[in-house]
Design a protein around this ligand. Sequence first.
Ligand code: SF4
Ligand code: SF4
Length: 449
Amino acid sequence: MGLFSKALTLPKSIATTTLTLTEAPLPNRVILPLRQYIGEPAKTCVSVGDRVKVGQLIATADSHNTLPLHATISGKVAGITEHLYHTGIRLPAIIIEADGADSWIGPKAQEDREPLSPDEMIERIHGAGLILKGLHPIPLARDLSPVDQPKTHLALTGRRVVKRTDTLLIAALDPEPSLGINRYHAQRENDQLAHGIAALKAITGAQRTVFVVDRTQPPFPQLIEMVAKDEEEATRIISLDGTRFPVGLPIPLIKAALGREVALPYGHPRDVGVALYDIDTTISIGGSVKSQIPQVETLITVGGGALAQRGIVRIRIGVEIGALIEALGGFSQEPAKMILGGPMMGMAQYDLTVPIGKEISGLFALRADEIGRSKDYRQCISCGLCVKVCPVNLIPGLLSLYCARDRFDAAERERLLSCIECGCCDYVCPSQRPMVHLFRHAKHQLLET
Ligand code: SF4
Ligand code: SF4
């Protein structure tokens, strides 16, 4: 679509994902950090030696700035201690050793006789421990409330501007072409999807629903049926080329699908009347509102040429990277780089005991020929390629010079904080400058001071 012309077509070796589902075997232990998002850590409510069942509350949350945590396997609490997380920081975590029984706590809610209010729905979403994935993962309930106001309250001459949410945008695209969870869901029946959409419409007040699908995929029977059944014609499907990157990221997606521009750096989709959630999150919302199912498992995309098995994998949250890879048949060859997240935006990992948290959507073990980057970067040659691909119209080369010289104020003036860390500039730079690495470091410095 012309509105969003700056995008990359990634090589098939990176962009191709197998969309078949594998159920990962139960792990022998899980490591559950008390904070897997931006916010306050949950408060432990179990002790070392306690026996726990799957779905049992093990850490509580007293506000929407934190998330309750549930046991993801049954067994014994083996430790409450700090453990390395994928962000490179050691976090307090609850370690559970499996008893192999996989016994679950009983169902919490029966069918509701009365419709729930939006606030009651949000409390169920929060109680299930749902997270909003993304560049800055946060408790989902925090994103959903307050229910009747935009997230960024624009101050014009001292008055608050309130904008109604008119559109629920459900992304059946993935943030990166190599990730496949949303495209996997979009092709299959799922009873929870309709519940999730109904809940999101009630919470946000959106009158119409728009699905954004990948036009390179076959038709989507359930979504097409939903459009056909909507007598008010308030549901539609928009198709975009999901192999183009970063069309699946929130800001470019809204622009490409609806032609609306979210102001950066602090803007939010609600500011332009849009409630944007991906189909995976919508299904989880449906499950939590209807049945109060706590989040104990998640789907991730497993890929990269160094792995024996690739595809969509259902895992228990908290399984360690190494244990999962071993359970899936191990490495087919020596990996040159391990990544949690997608190859374009994920974080490199150096320790196989790092657990896979709720906010993770991919695990990749890449061969050396899939990385194509040497360790040493060179001077910028002012070729301008990075400017051509930046989806938010920054000058990445100049930003990288400022950041490399610790001139963070100058980088801020050049709109560093508007960078969505897509990595497109990194990808095309002939001098192999580690742009995103430099930008993350600089942002961290700016936001800490
Ligand atoms: S500067 Fe930021 S937003 Fe622009 S291409 Fe680079 S990583 Fe993406
Ligand atoms: S792509 Fe690399 S070499 Fe070219 S202008 Fe950007 S930073 Fe400089």
